[in-house]
Design a protein around this ligand. Structure first.
Ligand code: 8YV
Length: 324
């Protein structure tokens, strides 16, 4: 008999078929208590779990006594209680290599659109306000040649450094847990302490995972250290930033602008003050959201679940130490 799995995200038809060749699949809308109650038997017998953007915590695991592997269609796994998974020896698979270049493109899009006020001025054109040659009140600031600071020099940070160095001739500063000699050699990136980076960078780009250590890493005192002309970009996880402090910094002119793909609460509440500020570009967490990349992520996640449940884990595993 095929093992049973719960699928909590829609898949393209061919990937769904691939999954069904290996498993008996129960598709659900989400992992809410109502869904759990409705599909109690399916959750109780499932050995695998595949999806994204939902909390997988100890309470859920309790309802899934047979679970052996979870596979997330994402690189980030802050939605998972990894300790609880480890205790139960449940594998956690993710997609670390599928989205690097696409998220770096999103970061660059945020840099360019905040600097050149692309969204704001395009809206003005649509509103019929372009009725004479534009003046300084429509001008932006340069990107090329300015200093880009990257906080978090993982795969995506490296891909951003590559774009900034080769494409835009930007000096690159970075802060990370470790030195990255490759970034220093290839992109002339300079390692510096976080405070130095905050003080010197024209663009402060955050691309960090959410952990206990990174929660609210950037708050009031960090914004104070930045240049008044600094542009702040976040495309990692919202709660790495104290959003209230960010809003204050933008409202008080402590920094110039912000480009944000992630927020403390997603979807961003419609009454967020961020939506009233013309110097904010707010995106709906589109970092990896291209047709090609989302397909590749889903395909990787399907293959990851098949490999994990067949006992062939070689890559893309967050907790390989629990393998039995
Ligand atoms: C997606 C992401 O938003 O991979 C991640 O960690 O944040 C994004 O690529 C996401 O998880 C939806 O699948």
């Amino acid at each position: 008999m095929k093992p049973s799995v719960i699928l909590y995200k829609a898949l393209p038809d061919d990937l769904r078929k691939r999954l069904e060749e290996h498993f008996t699949v129960t598709q659900v809308e989400n992992l809410s208590p109502d869904t759990l109650a409705q599909y109690a038997d399916a959750f109780a017998s499932a050995e695998g779990l595949l999806g994204s953007s939902e909390k997988v915590d100890a309470a859920l695991l309790k309802k899934m006594p047979k679970l052996r592997a979870t596979s997330t269609i994402s690189v980030g796994y802050d939605n998972f209680d990894v300790d609880a998974l480890n205790v139960r020896k449940i594998l956690l698979m993710h997609t670390p290599f599928a989205l690097t270049e696409t998220v770096a493109d999103t970061l660059m899009a945020l840099v360019l659109s905040t600097a050149r006020r692309v969204v704001e001025v395009a809206e003005r054109v649509k509103a019929g306000e372009w009725n004479k040659s534009i003046g300084p009140d429509w001008f932006g600031v340069d990107v090329h040649g300015k200093t880009l600071g990257i906080v978090g020099m993982g795969r995506i940070g490296m891909a951003l450094a590559q774009r900034a160095h080769f494409g835009f001739n930007m000096p690159v500063l970075y802060n990370a847990r470790h030195h990255h000699p490759e970034a220093e050699e290839r992109f002339n990136a300079r390692y510096c302490e976080l405070n130095t980076l905050l003080q010197e960078a024209d663009y402060v780009c955050l691309i960090l995972p959410l952990t206990d250590e990174t929660h609210h890493l950037i708050g009031k005192s960090a914004f104070k250290k930045m240049k008044k002309s600094a542009i702040f970009i976040n495309a990692g996880r919202g709660p790495v930033v104290d959003e209230k402090a960010l809003i204050d910094a933008l409202q008080n002119g402590a920094i110039h602008a912000a480009g944000l793909d992630v927020f403390e609460q997603e979807p961003l509440p419609v009454d967020s003050p961020l939506l009233t500020l013309p110097n904010v570009v707010a995106l709906p967490h589109i970092g990896s959201a291209t047709h090609e990349t989302r397909y590749n992520m889903a395909a990787t996640a399907v293959d990851n679940l098949i490999a994990a449940l067949e006992g062939r884990v070689e890559k893309n595993c967050v907790n390989p130490q629990v393998r039995q």
